[in-house]
Design a protein around this ligand. Sequence first.
Ligand SMILES: Cc1cc2nc3c(=O)[nH]c(=O)nc-3n(C[C@H](O)[C@H](O)[C@H](O)COP(=O)(O)O)c2cc1C
Length: 339
Amino acid sequence: MKLPSLTIGGLSLSSPLVLAPMAGVTNHSMRVLCKRLGGCGLVSSEMFSACAIRFRDPKTPGMVDWTYEDQPLSAQLFGGDGETCAIAAVYLQEQGADIIDINFGCPVPKVARSGSGASILKELSRAEEIIRRVRSVCRVPLTVKTRLGWYTGQPTVFEFVRIASDCGADAVTVHGRYAQQKYAGTADWDMIARVREQMDSRIPLIANGDVTDPASFEKIIRITGCQGVMIGRGALGRPWIFRDLMAFARTGAAPEPLKAPEILEIARMHNRILKDIHGDRRAAKEMRGNIIHYIKGFENSARIRNAIMQTRSTEEIEEVLNEADRFCKSGIVVQKQSL
Ligand SMILES: Cc1cc2nc3c(=O)[nH]c(=O)nc-3n(C[C@H](O)[C@H](O)[C@H](O)COP(=O)(O)O)c2cc1C
């Protein structure tokens, strides 16, 4: 397959694959893991509230958790007005973010009701004000992430992309669903293709939604003509997906699915990265949440999950993973995970 190349505002990425921003997921440990396993050109932070940054919420500095190991990094912010978003963008770029991304796609009530995220798609003049204002202060590349529109069947994405381009955005990510759909149905890649056809060809388009394996990766590029592909849920419990997709692009052959012991080894790696970053207590708590994704599809997943829920430390988690490993050494091949 012909692999596109992705350059965002002069920043040339090693791969067109982007780890999607996911609240509660794409923290430092997940980003480092994806980078270490390979194939991921750009990682995204969890979303920052522009308001929280502006009014100095004490939780914000703890979220600025990137290092050289998870860069280049795109820091995402959400907010409802240009002034607040601009203050947040300046803060994030001062903290070393390589790219600033503005969220115009989040349909979650807490975000949408505050007049941010996808709710701005109902009133595009506000999108214009925000992008223009942030652009005026942003020295690093600026990107925007959006959906097809708010109301199902009423696409505002064409107008949105025109505005983003006029206001100087360096790339646009489109998740091929409407906000009202949340995650229902399938992502409409034909619609993303229409966006690509109509938008300024100098600005890269990153296509997003439902890419989980080599076939969907190949298809989204072929259909949409995008320059980059963003992956969210497909990386949950499968941070090696970027490496596999790049291997597929190089060789044309889909890599063998990982066997259970190999997956458990990556889960152990995740456990150790978490411990190094957060210390034992917080790492164990986070890892208990992650395990469920890793063992999805295992024959003995219920048993492993129950044992993990009893653990109190990363050491105990490692022991459970070792025990599961012994049980799995027969080499159960994990089935393709569904979203
Ligand atoms: C747990 C979770 C958290 C998410 N958080 C964010 C977020 O903070 N900002 C954002 O723009 N999108 C967020 N998304 C949406 C993803 O970035 C992505 O657009 C969506 O999941 C579709 O891509 P996928 O089919 O590859 O998962 C989130 C998705 C999930 C599943």
